[in-house]
Design a protein around this ligand. Structure first.
Ligand SMILES: NC(=O)C1=CN([C@@H]2O[C@H](COP(=O)(O)OP(=O)(O)OC[C@H]3O[C@@H](n4cnc5c(N)ncnc54)[C@H](O)[C@@H]3O)[C@@H](O)[C@H]2O)[C@H](O)CC1
Length: 460
């Protein structure tokens, strides 16, 4: 499980640890991890060159002391100061081993730029000097220290200019901006350096394969289709019969004992999945809305009347304010969430964490806000960010498959938060498996689900 903490949580943990350590010890731990990561990226110290962009705080201190370690390994290190006052001890130490402070226009072309402008003390946006310095060598990879400068560390927003890093070397724990888009995209690959912090419960977590494996309910020797759970799907319409096929394909991933389908696309569903039972019957969870068009509200009402958990997708989402439930999972994309909250789509895309939490709190339901890093938020504020998936997953019908998969996991016995979290992880993993670097369609994702689940549970 990846854990991300807020700036306040980190500072509190750092202060507690610093009180027990010699002065500067934490910074030396951070600098050592940063230098090792940079050296690894350079591949070789000899002949490689590094440029440090250094701000006025301890983030700059990390960069300077990492520069000392790199310089001792034969790496020529130059420094551009982006604040009148930088970490003086770090600068003196770097100068003592040959590091050079240069004006922006004097810097030699480096093999790597290290962004030590600001870290967790940074305000969103960048100064003009920082933007100028970052523009010196636009094609040279940037390694961000702790967090890319200019991002909003605690929300994942990008307000104004910011660093786009190839790699972010962070210390002690992940920060929210590492796991929440759009800032997560600006972090590049995040490398965590342990500096010995003792931290409280995380603000945002990200399931890893082992976590998902532990959530999945593998049938036992005495299980049968009813003990494994029945998921019902009310999806598709005269206009979108294919959505019913895709949603039931996700539901028929094998994690529920049976799939029932109710709707106008019965022939198409049966043709694709002869094991799916068409017609009303008792279920442990309903999935409604995918391709539902004008039928979605009625499908939602009928499903809620059964008093079981309901996964509301696509056209059903807009009706959940009128038809409430305390056991609901919503699977909106940014546009659907924007419509539900009556805000602009661009606002949701820019502030994904806030709006996903707002919807989950207002409607007291689980919200899976789909995107590059899908966020799953529980009504009590727990947040999970998903790290699987590939850009090829942005294909018509992929959401229909996901909704069916969530429903199958709920029917198998998972609560809505765990079901949605595991489903988005599996959905992304299946897309990566099916894609193998190339194009896919939603049906490919559904077809890859059983194999991904098999590989996961058989590795246990
Ligand atoms: N605290 C510790 O024990 C450790 C900290 N580590 C590193 O320290 C930074 C946090 O350092 P801090 O001095 O608190 O803040 P920053 O260096 O991030 O920056 C604050 C500095 O920058 C100015 N500033 C804020 N926003 C901007 C901006 N957008 N543009 C320009 N300047 C800005 C602000 O006024 C301050 O002067 C943490 O990230 C770690 O890198 C060690 O790693 C571990 C121990």
């Amino acid at each position: 499980m990846r854990r991300a903490h807020t700036v306040d949580q980190v500072r509190s943990a750092e202060a507690e640890l610093m009180a027990r350590l010699p002065g500067g010890a934490l910074m030396q731990r951070a600098a050592a991890g940063l230098a090792a990561a940079v050296a690894d990226l350079l591949g070789t110290s000899y002949g490689a060159r590094v440029l440090l962009l250094v701000g006025g705080g301890d983030n700059g201190g990390d960069a300077l002391y990492a520069g000392v370690l790199l310089a001792r390994r034969g790496v020529p290190v130059e420094v551009v100061r982006l604040s009148e006052h930088v970490h003086e001890a770090g600068l003196a130490a770097l100068r003592a081993v040959g590091g050079r402070v240069v004006a922006v226009g004097e810097a030699h072309r480096p093999d790597l730029v290290v962004d030590g402008i600001v870290g967790i003390g940074g305000r969103p946006g960048l100064s003009e000097r920082a933007v100028e310095a970052l523009g010196l060598f636009p094609d040279v990879p940037v390694v961000a220290v702790d967090t890319p400068s200019g991002v909003d560390v605690d929300t994942g927003r990008l307000d104004g200019a910011h660093v786009s890093a190839a790699v972010t070397v962070t210390f002690g724990t992940h920060k929210v901006a590492h796991l929440v888009d759009p800032a997560a995209e600006a972090c590049g690959v995040v490398h965590l350096v342990d500096i010995g912090l003792d931290l409280p419960d995380a603000a945002v977590t990200a399931l890893q394969a082992d976590d998902v494996r532990r959530l999945l309910r593998v049938p036992g020797p005495f299980d049968h289709k009813y003990t494994r759970g029945v998921v019902g799907v009310r999806a598709g319409s005269e206009r979108y019969p294919g959505a019913a096929v895709l949603c039931t394909s996700g539901a028929a991933c094998g994690m529920a004992g049976m799939v029932r389908y109710v709707g106008s696309a019965a022939d198409a569903v049966r043709a694709r999945h002869p094991e799916i039972v068409v017609g009303e019957g008792r279920v442990q969870a309903w999935v409604v809305g995918s391709g539902g068009s004008g039928d979605a509200e009625q499908a939602l009402v009928e499903s809620l009347a059964d008093g079981v958990p309901v996964v509301a997708d696509a056209d059903a989402i807009q009706h959940v304010r009128q038809h409430r439930s305390d056991d609901l999972v919503l699977t909106p994309h940014a546009g659907e969430l924007a419509r539900l909250l009556d805000v602009e789509r661009t606002e949701v895309e820019a502030n994904q964490l806030e709006y996903a939490k707002r919807a989950a709190g207002e409607l007291w339901c689980v919200v899976a806000l789909k995107g590059r890093r899908t966020l799953v938020v529980a009504p009590d504020g727990r947040v999970r960010s998903n790290g699987t998936g590939v850009p090829w997953l942005g294909t018509a019908g992929a959401g229909d498959v996901l909704a069916g998969l969530v429903g199958a996991l709920v029917a198998s016995g998972l609560d809505g938060f765990d079901a949605a979290s595991a489903a988005v992880w599996l959905h992304g993993a299946a897309a990566a498996e099916a894609s193998a670097g190339g194009p896919i369609v939603a049906s490919d994702v559904a077809a890859a689900l059983p194999g991904v689940i098999r590989d996961l549970v058989s590795d246990g």
